[in-house]
Design a protein around this ligand. Structure first.
Ligand SMILES: *Cc1c(COP(=O)(O)O)cnc(C)c1O
Length: 416
């Protein structure tokens, strides 16, 4: 048997693979430069006086199929903008998945609402609709649903539950630009949908985000006030209607975004093609089970994720991940990490506002979990047993073959 790289053997992957960190794994070029130059030449970098952010909002909203659009400084800012619109009472509850970016939870805490974690479906790691109703209380206001890894959450039952209990639905589409659920583009189904254009996402402006909605113009105007200091600029003059931060996107980001929109479909197709190739290769490796998507979906492959069949292996996921990294596979164990979100100090140790522990300790908050417990068993398992490979649009067949060979080598070496 070949010696593993982690034990001093020769790594399977000798070349460096393309990465989302730089141009090796990203499409970026003349169109971005041309539009950026236009902004610089105009001398106006701020959205309040320029036109690029507005143009970017219109183009992106049109692409997704939404009527209202508000660009923001990040995906977290877009989600916070949606939470500000909802304007929960302190101590109200928002349902959220423990398998998402912390950017989904920070806005909930920032509004002094309590995140209530709903366990995931073990097959696709999206929020499990069957686990939602048991978490609903008289204080539940919203469901914040992430479409994880580019695969759609099961929106029909989620929307039905939301209607039944009169809940606001925020779709977190940061990893799911143009993902489709039963023929519908995600981000057009809930009340508001939020996007991130951070460096790793399908299209990027470095950092950046957007909130979209199919509600009416009045809704759109208020959504904008929520990211603009509560300032109704459209009325002229200065006014501040309620507490809200400044989450403006700049003209520079929007210029890059306008160029990136044109590349998005190509990016998605390239990621899907190479990911499908890896699906086929992993089919031959018994201890590796690709994470699936719902039937009738068009998934856009943000990460490539597979589950380890741990019963067939002699070591745990940590060792497998380390061995894969040593072989040159750009991967890590579990998303967001080895544990679900509620086990990070921010939540588990209630490190929020001074030493208050708000919102968890507010009067009238009935939920008092010990976040060290296994609150969501499927999510815990997903974190312990999933290998998450950084994916990008420049993975070639050769790269995919190398990755599959490395996985096969490691799983065979550690097989029972
Ligand atoms: C990236 C991401 C966010 C946060 O976006 P930022 O732009 O990094 O603030 C939120 N949710 C999900 C699912 C993400 O992947």
């Amino acid at each position: 048997m070949e010696q593993l790289a982690i034990h001093g053997g020769k790594p399977t992957i000798q070349t460096s693979l393309p990465s989302i960190r730089n141009s090796s794994g990203r499409y970026m070029g003349d169109e971005e430069k041309r539009l950026l130059a236009e902004v610089i030449d105009s001398g106006c970098l701020a959205f309040i006086y320029g036109s690029k952010v507005t143009e970017f909002e219109r183009s992106f909203a049109e692409l997704i199929g939404a009527r209202q659009a508000v660009a923001t400084s990040s995906g977290t800012a877009a989600l916070h903008t949606a939470l500000l619109y909802l304007n929960p009472e302190p101590g109200d509850e928002v349902l959220v998945s423990p398998i998402t970016d912390m950017g989904s939870v920070i806005p909930i805490l920032s509004q002094l609402a309590v995140p209530v974690f709903v366990d995931v479906d073990p097959h696709d790691h999206n929020m499990d609709p069957a686990k939602i109703e048991e978490q609903i209380s008289s204080r539940t206001r919203a469901i914040l649903v992430t479409h994880i890894y580019g695969s759609p959450a099961d929106m029909d039952p989620i929307m039905e539950i939301a209607r039944k209990h009169d809940l606001f639905v925020i779709e977190d589409c940061a990893q799911a630009q143009l993902t489709c659920y039963k023929g519908r583009v995600v981000g057009t189904i809930g009340n508001v949908s939020c996007y991130s254009f951070q460096q790793s996402k399908h299209m990027t402006t470095g950092d950046g985000g957007m909130a979209l909605s199919n509600e009416d113009e009045r809704f759109g105007r208020k959504l904008r006030h929520c990211m603009d200091k509560g300032w109704p600029r459209e009325r002229g003059g200065r006014d501040h209607l309620f507490l809200a931060p400044n989450y403006h996107m700049t003209e520079l980001q929007a210029a890059v975004g306008l160029a990136q929109i044109k590349r998005l479909k190509g990016v998605i197709e390239a990621r899907r093609r190479s990911a499908k190739r890896l699906d086929a290769l992993l089919n031959e490796i018994p201890a590796a089970l690709p994470v699936s998507s719902l039937a009738e979906s068009y998934e856009t492959r943000f990460f490539y994720v597979f589950r380890l069949q741990v019963e067939a292996l002699r070591v745990d996921g940590v060792e497998i991940a380390n061995a894969l990294i040593a072989e040159g596979v750009p991967c890590f164990l579990g998303y967001p990490g080895k544990v679900p979100l509620y086990k990070y100090p921010m939540i588990k140790d209630r490190r929020t506002f001074g030493t208050s522990g708000w919102p968890f300790t507010l009067d009238g908050v009935r939920r008092n979990w010990d976040y060290a417990d296994e609150i969501c068993p499927n999510a815990e398992r997903a974190c312990r047993e999933s290998i998450v490979i950084w994916w990008n649009e420049k993975m070639t067949d050769e790269h995919v073959h190398q990755i599959a060979r490395a996985i096969e080598k490691v799983l065979r070496a550690y097989g029972r």
